[in-house]
Design a protein around this ligand. Structure first.
Ligand code: SF4
Length: 212
């Protein structure tokens, strides 16, 4: 744990502010944004969100939406038919089960169509400031290279990290390991020689001159 907290301190110095990737103005917009962002980039989702929320600004209006109209708005994000079903279904569930509001527990969030643990974690962390370990491809890769898991399965990665890191650090780890994976710890060619975690990382690659 001591090494993990040193890593997080180092990453906090490196990335004091993590820019928000998805644009949103309220919990409903973030929830819909994270559902749409599966298997696509946040930039592509941000490009269609203004039109979507201009037309459907809350759970009630989206729950009553015509599927083909939603599909035509979100067409560019990929898997648009399935995603249209998910966001309309989620909006209907919000109206039916949660009085039109976004719930604030993991169990309730993952009961919504198209919402897995990763998406639920994003809501818990960014909206409700609840502890969440958000495992995506970047987080998993960096956690493995830093030696905190050997797993590929997101739930096992989450459990492995939770076992060694106190809850008060979960949100910092979620944001900063993810961001570090985008900035230095690339999948194909990690930038180990210039990485700020170089001296703390068991997976660092040798520098060009043979030093580590
Ligand atoms: S030293 Fe290399 S493998 Fe380790 S965290 Fe940094 S970039 Fe990733």
């Amino acid at each position: 744990m001591e090494r993990f907290t040193r890593i997080l301190r180092r990453l906090s110095d490196e990335y004091p502010e993590i820019p928000s990737m998805l644009q949103y103005r309220n919990p409903f917009e973030l929830l819909i944004g994270v559902i749409l962002s599966a298997q696509t980039t946040d930039e592509q989702v941000n490009a269609i969100l203004p039109e979507l929320f201009k037309r459907f600004s809350d759970a009630n209006s989206l729950a009553a939406a015509d599927h083909s109209e939603v599909e035509s708005i979100i067409h560019s994000v990929g898997f648009f038919r399935q995603k249209a079903r998910s966001i309309i279904g989620t909006a209907a569930a919000l109206v039916r089960e949660f009085n039109g509001q976004v719930p604030h527990t993991m169990a309730d969030l993952v009961s919504l169509p198209g919402v897995g643990r990763k998406s639920a974690g994003v809501i818990l962390l960014h909206i409700y400031d609840e502890p969440a370990i958000i495992v995506d491809t970047h987080f998993g890769r960096v956690a493995r290279r830093l030696g905190y898991t050997t797993a590929r399965d997101p739930l096992r990665i989450e459990r492995d990290v939770a076992a060694v890191l106190p809850r008060e650090y979960w949100n910092s780890a979620s944001m900063r390991l993810n961001y570090h994976g985008r900035r230095y710890c690339f999948a194909r060619k990690p930038a180990c020689p210039s990485c700020p975690l170089n001296d703390l990382c068991p997976s660092r690659e040798p520098a060009q001159d043979g030093t580590t």
